[in-house]
Design a protein around this ligand. Structure first.
Ligand SMILES: CC(C)(COP(=O)(O)OP(=O)(O)OC[C@H]1O[C@@H](n2cnc3c(N)ncnc32)[C@H](O)[C@@H]1OP(=O)(O)O)[C@@H](O)C(=O)NCCC(=O)NCCS
Length: 351
């Protein structure tokens, strides 16, 4: 028995923010963003309009309908996000409430693997389906990035890259010969965990730093470390990224984990109908395409319209690829992700 993707849904907030709109908020240009990242526009949430959980629920409803089941049939929720509604509880239970299925008392698992969250979730779901424990797993990736970005010139190196949105899939067992998830591979290496991070607000208390004076903590033994005025004043509450280090590692790890999935299953790049990489940056995807010698029609990119939506990017891309008729029954589809942690992974699926 294998796991199949029985339904796919996506949701993005209504408001489109173009590169030209960003020019009005910070010192940047459409040309800079387009040349470096391929991004032309992204969708951003207007305050109070949506959260990761509400967007996730909207994408989930579409996936559930497509799978031909009702929300009450879901027996396990897996929610991947780096932008949860609350520090705790996790967004999985909020999503459950949004879907109106709290009475079913099903488990809701939150996973925190950033841009690889969806592929991590897929591997987890695949194990539970294969053992027969669950039959209708809802896997959601959703992000409300824009509310946490520094949209001034100070934050331009990061904020122009990210967009909001959600994607969801329903996973079910299948006995259809040869179909479903053929293999998954997930990895991590925390050596340089802070290279792409949002450390504050957080409970690290400066432990991982040689000099914790940058955070502005008071000198009492038992202190409030979650958030300080200095963090707020100096913008330490926003995501930090060493863009070039991320780029260099991504273009190594994407091909590596794709090849791993191919070797495990005995396929070659020639056999793959469509590669759907996490939409980190169009330049990264083009690099990966070149390294793996993939044709243009084997590579799916939609970052131009959404920016990087982290855990939501692969399911959003999957929904778009299906909507555009780029995946047919029997196709070999490769999903691959890389992101903060670093974490990375791949999944090879016979559709
Ligand atoms: C972020 C990224 C596009 C930056 O491109 P880069 O060529 O490395 O650019 P740098 O960070 O070296 O910055 C070059 C210059 O552009 C400036 N710059 C940064 N952001 C800018 C922006 N939005 N608009 C205009 N100028 C900008 C910098 O200040 C710097 O100016 P300086 O040379 O005067 O100091 C690139 O590193 C990248 O794509 N990295 C991977 C990011 C990623 O995918 N992250 C998610 C992984 S899941």
């Amino acid at each position: 028995m294998r796991t199949k993707i029985a339904g796919v849904g996506k949701f993005v907030p209504e408001t489109v923010v173009t590169n030209f709109d960003l020019e009005k908020l910070m010192d940047t240009t459409d040309q800079w963003i387009r040349e470096r990242t391929g991004i032309e526009e992204r969708h951003w949430v207007k305050k109070g309009e949506e959260t990761s959980s509400t967007m996730g629920a909207k994408a989930a409803r579409i996936a559930i309908e497509q799978a031909g089941i009702s929300p009450k049939d879901i027996d396990f929720i897996i929610f991947a996000t780096l932008s949860p509604d609350y520090f705790f509880p996790g967004s999985g239970v909020i999503l459950q409430r949004e879907l109106g299925i709290t009475d079913t008392e099903i488990p809701a698992l939150d996973i925190r693997n950033q841009c690889s969250g969806f592929v991590y979730g897929l591997e987890v779901a695949d194990q539970f389906i294969k053992t027969g424990k669950y039959k209708n797993i809802l896997l959601v990736g959703a992000e409300y990035h824009s509310g946490g970005l520094d949209i001034s010139t100070r934050g331009r190196g990061v904020s122009v890259l990210f967009g909001d949105g959600a994607g969801a899939v329903v996973l079910q067992p299948t006995e259809e010969e040869g179909k479903g998830i053929l293999t998954t591979h997930i990895h991590s290496d925390g050596t340089n965990a802070e290279i792409l991070s949002a450390k504050n607000p957080g409970m690290h208390g400066g432990y991982h730093d040689d000099d914790d004076s940058i955070y502005g903590y008071d000198d009492k033994d038992f202190s409030f470390v979650l958030l300080t005025e200095k963090m707020m004043d100096e913008g330490l509450i926003h995501p930090y990224m060493d863009g070039q280090a991320v780029f260099k590692t991504a273009v190594r790890k994407f091909p590596e984990v794709i090849i791993k999935a191919l070797k495990t299953t005995g396929y070659t790049t020639e056999d793959v109908n469509l590669v759907i990489p996490h939409q980190a940056n169009l330049r990264i995807s083009q690099f990966v395409q070149k390294i793996l010698k993939l044709r243009d029609d084997q590579m799916f990119n939609n970052i131009q319209k959404y920016g990087n939506t982290t855990a939501a990017s692969i399911p959003i891309a999957l929904a778009d690829a299906l909507g555009q008729g780029k995946i047919k029954s029997g196709d070999l589809v490769m999903l691959a992700a890389f992101g903060s942690g670093f974490t990375w992974g791949s999944a090879l699926i016979r559709w």
